[in-house]
Design a protein around this ligand. Structure first.
Ligand SMILES: Nc1ncnc2c1ncn2[C@@H]1O[C@H](COP(=O)(O)OP(=O)(O)OP(=O)(O)O)[C@@H](O)[C@H]1O
Length: 402
């Protein structure tokens, strides 16, 4: 069923068993669905009660759920072997073009793993959408309980790195660098807990699968040491990846899966709107249950840095024939606050600017207003009080919150 933003329907399981993307519904529990497109699936039949008017609703008996369950069984067996041998559990990378149900498959596999007693790590490499935090981030989170149908993924302890852009094509070197940082931290975390280690990871990818996008997918497989690659809904990508990995990394198992017929195709405008909704949800919560605080600070008290675009060496200083290239990881201090208006700034844990790209971020603030005369900026923060740090990383995309 599809329910538009701003609208809600309520779902109740009266009899039998049913699940929403792998999260089992409890008998009689009232679940609210709003601004979502979901499928309720039953393995053995159920009776549901629906209150409200979804924008679209239908029943279907064509589903890849059987295949998805087989994949889970395979991963489960590998996790058990890993636990016995004190080795790493499977690291599963879900790839495919846009709108084939990659994020949904990740959710289903995470939920089935949790229901089987594991504590997998979810890593999201899709910086366009931001399922764990705001868009423009590479992030990971431990999943220790079934994903809440209303609230989505757990956000208590995410590990977040900010690229500041919703597409890696703006700065591929930065994207690669942050994937490497995330991988290093996740490796350390896995070593510190045998259950986390054996549970493995489920990694979501972006839908960009050609040219540079394809190269970045391969980089992620290598960096995160993924040993299972699930290719959803794209025969060409499957044959390209399986052929190449057979030669370069024969231990990696590449499997293909069909796209679920229910997956909804989103236009560019809808994706943009979804990004704005994600930012709103970050500050206000899914049900507007949070109270962010609007605060004003002197710009000179903040240290805001931007990544990339370091100065090019003049061509006269280079050998003949060489072209000058800007350092894509160069950090430059932002001196004009006006350019930050309506952008998200990441509040970093970094103690000094040189570490801004090595250390994860604590959270985000949104620049609502800039007063050039007074030299102040007004920003929205998740809570009132001083920021945990004055070291901030600028983003390059604007979001217009109401
Ligand atoms: N079987 C289904 N029935 C109804 N809606 C579904 C079904 N499967 C997925 N969806 C919905 O379709 C939309 C797109 O699915 P999803 O986000 O999983 O695709 P994706 O391939 O990850 O997209 P992206 O290109 O953004 O990475 C989501 O809103 C999801 O909730």
């Amino acid at each position: 069923m599809e329910v538009d933003w701003g609208k809600q329907v309520h779902l109740q399981l009266l009899e039998g068993e049913a699940e929403v993307f792998g999260t089992a519904l409890d008998l009689r529990e009232r679940v609210s669905i709003g601004g979502q497109k979901v499928a309720v699936y039953t393995w053995r039949g159920c009776t549901l009660q629906l209150t409200g008017e979804p924008d679209l609703m239908y029943t279907s008996d064509e589903t890849p759920m059987g295949q998805y369950l087989n994949i889970h069984d395979g991963l489960d067996a590998r996790r058990q072997d890993a636990r016995k041998d004190r080795k790493e559990g499977p690291r599963t990378f879900v790839v495919g073009p846009t709108d084939v149900g990659k994020s949904t498959l990740c959710k289903i596999l995470l939920n089935y793993a949790v229901r089987a007693g594991w504590a997998p790590t979810f890593a999201d490499m899709d910086i366009g959408q931001g399922s764990i935090t705001v868009p423009g981030c590479i992030a990971a989170t431990p999943v220790e309980a079934p994903i809440d149908v209303e609230d989505g993924l757990p956000t208590d302890a995410p590990l977040v790195y900010y690229t500041g852009t919703p597409t890696p094509s703006d700065n591929p070197a930065l994207y690669r660098h942050l994937v490497e940082r995330l991988a290093a931290v996740l490796d350390l975390r896995a070593q510190s807990d045998p259950q986390v280690k054996a549970s493995g990871m489920i990694v979501n990818s972006m839908g960009w699968i050609v040219e540079l996008g394809y190269e970045l997918l391969k980089h992620t497989i290598e960096t995160l040491k993924c040993d299972v690659v699930l290719v959803v809904g794209d025969e060409r990508l499957y044959s390209q990846l399986s052929g190449e990995l057979k030669r370069t990394a024969p231990a990696v198992q590449v499997l293909k899966l069909p796209r679920s017929g229910g997956v909804v195709v989103r236009s560019r405008e809808l994706r943009q709107a979804a990004r704005k909704v994600r930012v709103e949800e970050y500050f206000y919560g899914n049900r507007k249950e949070l109270s962010p605080a609007s605060q004003t600070a002197r710009f000179e008290d903040l240290q805001v840095y931007r990544v990339g675009g370091g100065p090019r060496a003049p061509s006269s200083a280079l050998p003949i024939g060489a072209t000058s290239v800007a350092d894509p990881l160069k950090l430059t201090r932002v001196t004009n606050p006006q350019e930050l208006l309506y952008t998200l700034l990441a509040v970093s844990h970094a103690p000094q600017p040189e570490l801004l790209l090595s250390v994860n971020v604590a959270g985000f603030i949104y620049v609502q207003d800039v007063d050039a005369v007074k030299g102040t900026i007004t920003y929205l923060a998740p809570c009132a009080g001083p920021l945990p740090s004055s070291m901030l990383l600028a983003g390059a995309f604007k979001t217009y919150l109401d």
